[in-house]
Design a protein around this ligand. Structure first.
Ligand SMILES: [Fe+2]
Length: 270
C-alpha cells in the first residue's frame, strides 16, 4: 500500500501541475486547491492515526484526502467557478476524472476502490448517503471532518468585512455581509441551511458556521476551537437578534459537547 500511496501522490502532483496557467485568477484558484489538498490529506492521515486505524486504513484515508477534490481542477478550468450550483457537483465530477484519467485506481482492491469512491462522492453532500458498509461510512466521516477543518483555514483571512472585499470571487459570493432571512431562521433553529440557496457572503458564513453541528469527531471539534475559527466566523456576522440567538445555541452545544467528550476518546466501531 505504501508504494501505491507514493505513486498516487506523484500522479496527483503532476495532474495539478497540468492545469497551471498564465491567467492569474485561474492560477490562484488552482494553487489554492492544490494547497487545500495537501492540508486535507494530512488531516485525514492524522485523524485516521488518532482513531488508531490499521496502517492500511490510514493510507486509505490519505488516498481519499488526496483525491477528494480532484474534480475541482476540471471544474475550474471548464466553468471558471468552484460553485457547484452554477456548474456541476465537483465530487461526482471527481469520480469521473478518476475513472477516465487515473489508471492507479485499478491497483486498489475492489473493496478499497468502492470505499474511496463512496467517501469522495459523499464528502460534500448535505448528508452522507445510505450504506451498510461501516468502513465506507467511517471514511466518509473522516474526509468530511478533514475537509471542513481546512476550509476554515482557507476562509479565515477573509472574514473581516474589509478583507472580504479583497477575497477572490470563489470565496466571496457578494458584497453583502447581511444574512438572508431564511438562513438567519435556520441558524436560530440550529437547522442545517441549504447551500444551494446562498445569496450573500453572510449566508455563506452561516453555512460554514453550521458545519460545527456536523462534525463527526471530538478531534476535529477541538482543532476547530483551538484555531479560533468558530469565534472568527461568529465575530464576522452582523449581530441581529436571530443571529445572536443562533450563536447562543451554538455556544451551548459546543460547551456541552466538549464537556461530554472531555477525556473521552473518539470511539469507532468497525
Ligand atoms: Fe470538495
Amino acid at each position: 500500500m505504501e508504494k501505491l500511496w507514493q505513486e498516487m501522490r506523484q500522479w496527483m502532483a503532476k495532474y495539478a501541475k497540468s492545469f497551471y496557467t498564465d491567467d492569474e485568477e485561474v492560477q490562484l484558484g488552482i494553487s489554492l486547491k492544490e494547497e487545500h489538498t495537501g492540508y486535507v490529506m494530512r488531516h485525514c492521515l492524522d485523524l485516521a492515526r488518532h482513531l488508531k486505524l490499521s496502517e492500511h486504513d490510514v493510507y486509505l484515508a490519505g488516498i481519499i484526502g488526496l483525491f477528494h477534490d480532484v474534480g475541482r481542477f476540471r471544474q475550474y478550468t471548464i466553468y471558471k467557478t468552484f460553485n457547484d450550483a452554477r456548474s456541476e457537483d465537483h465530487a461526482d465530477l471527481g469520480l469521473k476524472v478518476l475513472t477516465e484519467e487515473m489508471p492507479l485506481m485499478e491497483k486498489l482492491t475492489a473493496t478499497d476502490e468502492a470505499t474511496v469512491r463512496f467517501a469522495i462522492q459523499n464528502h460534500n453532500k448535505m448528508l452522507i448517503g445510505e450504506t451498510a458498509d461501516k468502513k465506507q461510512l467511517l471514511m466518509a466521516k473522516i474526509i468530511r471532518d478533514a475537509d471542513k477543518l481546512d476550509i476554515y483555514r482557507v476562509l479565515a483571512p477573509y472574514l473581516r468585512a474589509d478583507m472580504a472585499e479583497k477575497a477572490p470571487k470563489f470565496i466571496h459570493t457578494s458584497a453583502s455581509q447581511e444574512v438572508s432571512p431564511d438562513f438567519a431562521a435556520d441558524f436560530m433553529a440550529g437547522k442545517q441551511a441549504d447551500y444551494h440557496n446562498i445569496r450573500t457572503h453572510g449566508d455563506r458564513m452561516i453555512v460554514r458556521l453550521m458545519w460545527v453541528y456536523d462534525l463527526n469527531f471530538a478531534w476535529t471539534l477541538e482543532k476547530v476551537m483551538e484555531q479560533g475559527y468558530v469565534k472568527m466566523v461568529m465575530d464576522s456576522l452582523p449581530k441581529t437578534p436571530e443571529i445572536e440567538e443562533g450563536i447562543k445555541r451554538m455556544e451551548n452545544y459546543i460547551a456541552e459537547k466538549r464537556k461530554r467528550l472531555n477525556g473521552e476518546a473518539d470511539t469507532i466501531n468497525l
